[in-house]
Design a protein around this ligand. Structure first.
Ligand code: NAD
Length: 455
């Protein structure tokens, strides 16, 4: 099914699409072509008030009375609806975000699994009672937190929306979700699907809008009990501040500058394709993108030339073409920002081995780029570039590698030094790092994500 372009989208409040009281409309165009895509209503403060009221009424009404078994059934039904509408959802996401359909299909499947996972989890959650002797019986009851404000970024709009909705709805919370104002289309469609499969009005509300006004208002809103946020580290700090008066529960998933560690005895036939994939997936616009590849000095030159050859083979282009591996970036402005980082890297002494320029055509394409001779102190090694740009940094030995991987300033996601993956494939498995370092390195990202989701 083709997605109609030029469509008009309202907000999704209390089980139906509504016009925004703000009167604000945003014109969206496709990042990969520059062609107009949709006109979308943007929520203002009065719209957030309306959504929060609808969520509270749902909690006080039918949604608050919906038992876990029925919530489980509804979540499975929403997963089924995603599957039934997968072509439409995938095309909408590709046109809105510009990323390759091969990535979007995987993310859509992950989104379906998110609903199924929490549907199963909630069906088996038990409350407890403990007889502790005499006439005393202790018991625990599990209750929803209440109205949850959720804020998601533009890089995985559909999958992030499922990550946010699934645990909150499973727990019985009512949700007011604010997608990024540039990428609201699949979240709005998911809101509609939730209503179609039987979630009561007000359980799911979707209010796209600008972050610093609408988003900040949602965080401060006295009717919101918890904020779940995914986005940049800088905004995360601001969310903490905004959620401090009165103090609210918050969950933050923030930015990253993750390292891959490649030792001299690694099997490069494995390490190179996996390192290429882990930076260029989603055109590098991922929090967990392995944007720093740390390579033992004795194989550094060989690694850089093999890695760069592999990078040049990537298929960049039309994101709707199933063969495409790297689509466009989210916007021409973001492409220029990415290019600015590459220029800064050049000025600071990095070598652009391949890429370093925009791709062909009208869209916001940027060529997958390899920066070599990078020192850990350079801006490109410190800042989250959030584009298809890898920095390759040499190290001398294991201690040096761990020191660079955990450079202060990369604190956001340094726990997940995923380099143990190629390392685990090394021919000569040496002793793991000291206990203390191991505890900072061993935890895979998936575990962290699950923990963040469940807290
Ligand atoms: P961003 O922080 O600018 O925006 C994220 C969301 O927050 C958007 O919906 C935006 O409108 C909203 N927002 C912005 N300012 C706000 C404010 N003052 N109050 C309330 N809401 C506000 O981030 P971005 O550039 O859209 O997304 C990219 C960032 O997200 C990267 O740093 C990336 O690493 C991170 N990210 C992290 C994860 C993760 O799981 N840890 C996943 C995806 C993206």
């Amino acid at each position: 099914m083709a997605v109609a372009t030029g469509r008009e989208y309202g907000l999704f409040i209390n089980g139906e699409p509504v016009e925004a009281q703000s009167g604000e409309i945003r014109e969206l165009s496709e990042p990969a072509t520059g062609e107009p895509l949709a006109r979308v209503a943007m929520a203002g403060e009065a719209d957030v008030d309306r959504a929060v009221d609808a969520a509270r009424a749902a909690l006080d009404g039918p949604w608050g009375k919906t038992p876990p078994t029925e919530r489980s059934r509804l979540l499975h039904a929403l997963a089924d609806a995603m599957v039934a509408n997968r072509k439409e959802l995938a095309e909408l996401e590709v046109r809105n975000v510009g990323k390759a359909i091969s990535s979007v299909k995987a993310e859509l499947n992950q989104g379906v699994e998110n609903f199924r996972f929490y549907a199963s989890a909630i069906a088996s959650i038990a409350e407890r009672s403990n007889a502790i002797g005499g006439s005393l019986l202790f018991y625990s009851l599990k209750e929803p937190v209440g109205v949850v404000g959720q804020i998601v970024p533009w890089n995985y709009p559909l999958m992030m929306t499922t990550w946010k909705l699934a645990p909150a709805l499973a727990a019985g919370c009512a949700v007011v979700l604010k997608p990024d104002s540039a990428t609201p289309l699949t979240a709005l469609r998911l809101g509609q699907l939730a209503a179609e499969v039987g979630f009561p009005p007000g359980a799911v509300n979707i209010v796209p809008g600008p972050g610093t006004s609408t988003g900040a208002y949602l965080v401060r809103h006295p009717g919101v009990d918890k904020i779940a946020f995914t986005g940049s580290t800088e905004t995360g700090g601001e969310i903490m501040r905004l959620a401090s008066g009165p103090i609210k529960r918050i969950t933050l998933e923030l930015g990253g500058k993750s390292p891959n560690l490649v030792f001299a005895d690694a099997n490069l036939d494995d390490a190179i394709p996996s390192s290429v994939w882990s930076i260029y997936y989603s055109a590098g616009q991922s929090c967990e993108a392995r944007s720093r590849v740390l390579v033992e000095r004795s194989i550094y030159d060989d690694f850089v030339s093999q890695f760069s050859r592999k990078t040049e083979q990537l298929k960049l282009g039309d994101p709707l073409d199933p063969e495409t591996q790297v689509g466009s970036l989210i916007s021409p402005e973001h492409r220029d920002k990415v290019h600015g980082f590459v220029e800064r890297g050049r000025e600071e002494g990095a070598e652009v081995v391949t890429g370093g320029e925009a791709g062909n055509g009208k869209g916001a394409f940027y060529r997958p780029t390899v920066l070599a001779k990078v020192e850990s102190s350079m801006t490109v090694a410190q800042e989250e570039i959030f584009g298809p740009v890898v920095t390759v940094i040499p190290f001398d030995d294991e201690k040096d590698a761990i020191r660079i991987a955990n450079v202060p300033g990369h604190s956001v996601r340094r726990l997940q030094a995923v380099g143990l993956r190629p390392r685990a494939r090394s021919r000569d498995a040496r002793a793991l790092p000291r206990d203390q370092e191991r505890s900072r390195l061993d935890e895979p990202e998936a575990v962290q994500s699950l923990r963040a989701l469940s807290s």
